[in-house]
Write a protein of this length. Structure first.
Ligand SMILES: NC(=O)c1ccc[n+]([C@@H]2O[C@H](COP(=O)([O-])OP(=O)(O)OC[C@H]3O[C@@H](n4cnc5c(N)ncnc54)[C@H](OP(=O)(O)O)[C@@H]3O)[C@@H](O)[C@H]2O)c1
Length: 335
């Protein structure tokens, strides 16, 4: 990071640097990164606002989850050739002291580990099931519904017997919500009459709102919540490009009057239950009840543009940057 971005990330905020691959110390592994996970939180980490993790320091590499192959190991848990994920950076090679071994199971490729079985899928699962406490027959509204997290939340809502209403930008994404992910209704927030469409799609009102966006969109959702509604704040992407305080909500009145619960959620709370969540997601994948999509761009130089794709709503599914051939490619079981 050459300097902290103001607003959207510009190419000039970053510089591509070549350095020798460092020697590893005892307990560390050297990983050749195959995919870099591009997440909205990468942009958050570039800001110096108060946040869960330490902001990225100027001149430091952009922190990111990576998926790759162990080249060298001085850690008894790993050997050369293992495929692992961990916190690396926008870099071709990462030195990691902690990583997670990726099991090579039938029907699971690296892209699935990065999406439906990785952080997005786990956030959808724990955020919705544990924090949202959905009950069969309830109406669930999901923002950024066509994205990596939102698309999984909608499908889990259907598995749990709920009515799933997705909010997404544009007719093509709305069509995917219904045809590919099985949502009951899709609302295009870019349409002029979207607030009326949302009211219509919600029918008798919203019981669970899974919020990925925030800002004025969250206000519209809050207008339609039912008594004892649960609002899970998973993300506020509408504000991540902003410096200073983030856009607030004005419809707190309904949180009070409907005796609703507004609950912040961070996947970090659930790391101790990662295996359990992953096993459940994998079962649903095996049963053909969860579909996922990845959007792959090639080359480390594409990372800043890939991040902006996520903010511009251009990515279809989990956004990844591929640095080198994926050894498990072609094994995706995602019809
Ligand atoms: N709390 C946690 O632990 C946790 C973990 C993972 C992710 N998250 C959060 O979950 C959210 C989704 O993450 P993701 O990785 O799955 O990304 P994603 O949904 O695949 O991509 C982000 C989507 O957000 C929508 N968007 C962007 N700016 C918007 C705006 N101003 N207004 C309305 N929609 C906007 C775009 O969809 P449209 O084309 O529909 O506009 C875009 O495709 C993010 O807020 C992220 O920070 C939180």
């Amino acid at each position: 990071m050459a300097h902290r971005p103001q607003g959207r990330v510009a190419d000039s905020d970053l510089s591509l640097v070549t350095e020798p691959i460092p020697d590893i110390a005892n307990g560390e592994i050297l990983v050749r990164n195959i995919y870099i996970s591009i997440d909205p939180t990468n942009r958050l980490w570039m800001s110096d606002v108060d946040q869960f993790e330490t902001p990225i320091a100027e001149a430091a590499p952009i922190r990111a989850m990576t998926f790759g192959e162990v080249l060298e190991s001085r850690n008894a848990k790993f050997k050369a050739g293992d495929l692992v994920t961990g916190q690396g950076a926008w870099e071709t090679h990462s030195v990691m002291a902690r990583a997670r071994l990726l099991p090579h199971e039938e029907g699971v490729d690296l892209a699935a580990h990065a999406s439906v079985l990785g952080m997005p899928g786990l956030s959808a699962y724990f955020g919705f099931v544990e924090e949202g406490q959905p009950k069969a027959g309830e109406t669930v509204v999901i923002s950024a519904a066509a994205g990596a997290v939102g698309s999984v939340v909608g499908q889990i809502a259907k598995i749990k017997g709920c009515r799933a209403v997705g909010i997404a930008g544009g007719p093509e994404k709305c069509r995917r919500l219904i045809e590919r992910y099985g949502f009951d209704r899709a609302v295009d927030y870019k349409s002029a009459q979207w607030e009326a469409d949302l009211a219509d799609a919600c029918g008798d009102g919203i019981d669970v709102a899974f919020e990925n966006v925030g800002g004025t969109l969250l206000d519209c959702v809050l207008r339609h919540i039912n008594d004892r509604a649960r609002i899970v704040l998973c993300g506020l992407i509408a504000s991540y490009n902003d410096a200073g305080d983030w856009q607030g909500v004005t419809m707190l009145r309904n949180v009070l009057l409907r005796r609703a619960r507004l609950q912040g959620f961070l996947i970090a709370t659930y790391w101790p239950r990662l295996t359990e969540g992953r096993q459940q997601l994998k079962r649903w994948v095996d049963e053909g009840r969860l579909k996922w999509d990845v959007d792959v761009v090639d080359g480390i130089g594409q990372a800043p543009a890939a991040l902006n794709r996520v903010f511009d709503g251009l990515s279809t599914g989990k956004q990844l940057v591929r640095l080198t051939d994926d050894p498990w490619a072609g094994e995706i079981n995602n019809q």
